[in-house]
Design a binder for this molecule. Structure first.
Ligand SMILES: NC(=O)c1ccc[n+]([C@@H]2O[C@H](COP(=O)([O-])OP(=O)(O)OC[C@H]3O[C@@H](n4cnc5c(N)ncnc54)[C@H](O)[C@@H]3O)[C@@H](O)[C@H]2O)c1
Length: 374
């Protein structure tokens, strides 16, 4: 026993006094038995990489083949250069994604592989997009718990150990039926009723804890439902607001799985991705919190249908409510108070509902309905 105790003490000592003399390395982020396998003294010199060493951050995006990742990679690559932004996922990338820049296989449940990727590529920013979303998560709680909670733990430890700035998106789903819903402020009671929401509250709290305990540069935005034209949503409760555009154009008919008067906060993807870049770039001293609400607009299916019908008057809508999604939506915010983001780092959305409609149709093009019908 004394031998084990002295080995543990030595290992702890090594972690607390990195060779670079910089901030204490990870301050014992993993337990000692795991550390002896996973942390070596070379981490100390890696940790000493300062941001100024490179002109641009070196970014890794996990879960990058979902609704948001490819768009974010495109935005970041324009700013930081193609080779400085690596997309990763566990799925096969479509060929246009492979051609557009670096892609790597990364399962966030594989701690060692993830660590190798971060170390070998000298990653300085990590955008953690891998997740199972609300509706998919409720259908597979065990997997959602693994990916959204165990996977997050891997990400937190690796980022804390290697001085990586970490962005994790949270969601309106991190609130629950006992939260104030109209509007929902940044700080209020959070008792979500989905595994997705529970895992996101966990992420918010763990990130803030690692920030205070280990100095992790953790940044988090609670996204509303995100609406995009050229990427498919991944199984969330707000997916209807994307699907309606495609179905309206292709079939002239839309089956809505939420009640007509279900009000939820929403945002166009360009605003969401720009907010992500802006909060990642925000000087540390401007951030009074680690987790911010962001918002753009808030509407019901009925209001969205009315706007879409201005472009496609023949659109027929049937409400066939999915009780699981409806119960989730009924527990979520109706309006999001994002005044802290606006005050602290100057958040400002560009797209309201009319701009959203115009932009979606300019991408999806109502004319394609005629093509389809013919
Ligand atoms: N899209 C929205 O409306 C919205 C709203 C709020 C928050 N968010 C958050 O933004 C992030 C990205 O959302 P999205 O819509 O692109 O999600 P998505 O469901 O479309 O994509 C998630 C990706 O994670 C990947 N993934 C699953 N298991 C993995 C694993 N073990 N290792 C690595 N990757 C794995 C999937 O293959 C998928 O490509 C998520 O964290 C989500 O919670 C999204």
């Amino acid at each position: 026993m004394p031998l084990i105790r002295s080995v543990s003490k030595a290992a702890r000592q090594l972690l607390l006094t990195p060779a670079c003399g910089c901030e204490p390395l990870s301050r014992s982020v993993r337990n000692i038995s795991a550390l002896s396998r996973q942390v070596t003294s070379s981490d100390a010199s890696f940790h000493s990489i300062s941001f100024s060493e490179t002109d641009h951050p070196k970014v890794l995006i996990t879960g990058g083949l979902g609704q948001l990742g490819v768009g974010l990679a495109t935005l970041l690559r324009k700013k930081f250069g193609n080779k400085n932004v690596i997309l990763s996922d566990i799925r096969m990338p479509p060929s246009h994604v492979s051609r557009s820049g670096p892609f790597i296989y990364a399962d966030i449940l594989d701690y060692k592989n993830l660590r190798e990727i971060v170390v070998n590529n000298r990653i300085t920013w990590l955008v953690h997009y891998s997740a199972l979303l609300s509706a998919v998560g409720e259908a597979n709680v065990t997997l959602a718990r693994d990916v959204n909670i165990t996977g997050l733990h891997n990400i937190l430890d690796i980022c804390a150990q290697h001085g990586v700035r970490l962005f994790v998106p949270s969601t309106i789903g991190a609130f629950g039926p006992t939260s104030p819903r109209n509007p929902t402020p940044d700080l209020c009671i959070q008792r979500p009723r989905t595994i997705y929401g529970v895992s996101k509250v966990h992420a918010e709290l763990m990130g803030e804890y690692y920030h205070h305990k280990y100095g992790l540069d953790f940044r988090c935005l609670r996204y509303p439902g995100i609406i995009s034209a050229d990427s498919q949503p991944g199984g969330g409760t707000t997916d209807y607001a994307v699907q309606i555009f495609h179905d309206a154009v292709k079939m002239g008919k839309f089956v809505c799985n939420l009640k007509a008067d279900t009000r939820l906060p929403m945002m166009f993807i360009d605003d969401c991705l720009r907010a992500t870049l802006e909060v990642l770039e925000a000087p540390a001293e401007t951030l009074s919190m680690r987790t911010y609400n962001i918002n753009a607009m808030s509407f019901t299916p009925e209001e969205l249908v009315q706007e879409v019908q201005k472009q496609l008057p023949d659109l027929r809508v049937i409400y066939d409510v999915d009780p699981i999604r409806q119960a989730i939506a009924d527990s979520w915010p109706m309006n999001f108070d994002d005044s802290n983001a606006r005050k602290d780092w100057g958040w400002k959305h560009d797209y309201d509902l009319p701009e959203l409609i115009q932009t979606m149709f300019s991408i999806i093009s109502p004319d394609s309905r005629l093509t389809h019908a013919n």
